[in-house]
Design a protein around this ligand. Structure first.
Ligand code: FHN
Length: 443
């Protein structure tokens, strides 16, 4: 009897080692995401056929409440929200000819702004591929432009030491007969039909992106539970990526409501900012205006101060800020977007040490004060965004060696308030030089 048990146990152990060795592991070594955690600031690009429409079509401009689903600024949704018939929308491919597109110009603007990684919509919900796809002719080669935009951008990123990745709409696809459409466009796609799109277009195009461009990350998009990306399809896609890349990071929107444990960073909702520190790497995708894609009548530009504050807020909670630009149909960045990038870059030029390669400090402070610290914890950075002159910090004055302004080395006085509270005396002159000064505390 005993002999039989021993051989059963041996067989079980043998099988469990084999089963654990078969098939690629779905998880990536967490060290591969270190660059992402250190990077803090990325540039997102929404660019495609919808950019030609600039938010308007046939006398309607988004948001247009007179249309059943027109009440949204999102210009990249023009196809469905402005009720454009597919055969009309797809004709836009014949007009896509961004003659002023210059990948080096885009990436050098990004680099000067302090951007450390770059993500572009390789295929948004409309199903149009910005690369020469062997899977679908609805791609850049069916336009007058016929250049491999993704390759030119990947080359520019490599030249500038910037990581790059691609947004891919793996669920919504308004071109393939069985891709998902918004729930207000009948008929609701059956799961069997969706599987045809999944096997015929979604998985093969993701494989193309991996084998053609070797990206550092892939950015998938779902935003609620009403999608076909169940755990089986989620893991099938993850397995495909792991089998073609030992570095490509995957975001949590691969299945927003059930990302599982094998994704590499969490994705917040659009323009949303958690108010607590998150352990897993994460980022907020954010717009400079109200739309992601170029919208000629969207004038609601956030100020540089607002966007720097979002960047600092996220860094203080262990996250990144993925800031979006919607380039124009001619391939240029809107001038105000360039101005904002340069304003943010100017602040980062003197204060970047408070952002890059930092980690949160797990204490609570007053609103409009953001704390980060160097990885070795020798320096704490106190970013002030509301012209504060008295700043109370929950640290003992005896732990502080010195206090200076990060950008100028000006000494900052501090007072012991109690055993575990210190007050920084912030002179008004500080706010003359910068409306978001950073005080560095040496411990
Ligand atoms: O529907 C998309 C939208 O167009 C845009 O791409 C954003 C970016 O985070 N993602 C979806 C909405 O959350």
């Amino acid at each position: 009897m005993k002999k039989a048990l021993v051989s059963l146990l041996a067989a079980f152990l043998f099988l469990s080692t084999i089963s654990s060795q078969t098939g690629p592991s779905l998880s990536l070594d967490p060290s591969k995401a270190e660059w992402f955690k250190e990077a803090k600031f990325g540039l997102f690009i929404h660019w495609g056929l919808y950019s030609i429409l600039e938010g308007s079509y046939n006398g309607h401009t988004l948001p247009d409440p007179s249309l059943k689903n027109g009440n949204s600024w999102y210009a990249e949704w023009a196809h469905t929200r402005l009720e454009i018939p597919p055969q009309e929308y797809q004709k836009l491919a014949q007009q896509f000819n961004p003659h002023q597109f210059d990948a080096d110009q885009w990436i050098s603007e990004a680099k000067n702004a302090g951007v450390r990684y770059f993500v572009i919509t390789s295929k948004h919900h409309d199903g149009f591929a910005l690369w020469d796809s062997d899977v679908s002719d609805y791609d850049i080669m069916s336009t007058p432009f016929k250049r491999d935009i993704l390759q030119e951008l990947a080359d520019a990123c490599k030249k500038n030491g910037i990581r790059y990745g691609f947004y891919y709409s793996h669920w919504q696809d308004w071109e393939h007969p069985h891709g998902a459409w918004p729930n207000w466009v009948p008929p609701v796609r059956s799961d069997e039909d969706f599987e045809k799109y999944w096997q015929e277009k979604s998985l093969p195009q993701v494989k193309e992106l991996l084998t053609k461009y070797d990206p550092d990350l892939l950015w998938f998009d779902t935003w609620d539970e009403e999608h076909h990306i169940n755990a089986k399809r989620r893991d099938e896609l993850i397995a495909l990526i792991r089998s073609h890349s030992d570095k490509c990071l995957i975001n949590g929107r691969i299945s927003f409501t059930d990302p599982g444990n094998n994704i590499d960073f969490l994705e917040m909702h659009d323009n949303s900012y958690p108010d607590e520190i998150l352990e897993k790497p994460w980022q907020t995708p954010a717009t400079m205006t109200d739309s992601w894609g170029w919208h000629a009548q969207d004038y609601n530009w956030k100020t540089a101060k607002q966007m720097i504050t979002y960047l600092v807020n996220n860094a203080s909670k262990g996250g990144n800020y993925l800031l979006n630009i919607g380039p124009k149909p001619d391939g240029t960045f809107p001038p105000t977007a360039v101005q904002r990038l340069r304003e943010i870059g100017a602040w980062i030029y003197t204060n970047g040490e408070a952002i890059y390669n930092t980690k949160p400090i797990k204490v609570s402070v007053d609103k409009d004060i953001y704390l980060t610290q160097s990885i070795d914890e020798s320096k704490m950075f106190v970013t002030l965004t509301a012209n504060q002159q008295k700043v109370i910090l929950p640290f003992a004055a005896s732990d502080i060696k010195s206090c200076t302004v990060l950008s100028t080395d000006m000494s900052i006085e501090y007072l012991k308030i109690s055993d575990n509270e210190t007050e920084l005396i912030v002179p008004e002159i500080l706010y003359k030089d910068s409306n978001i000064p950073v005080v560095v505390i040496y411990k």
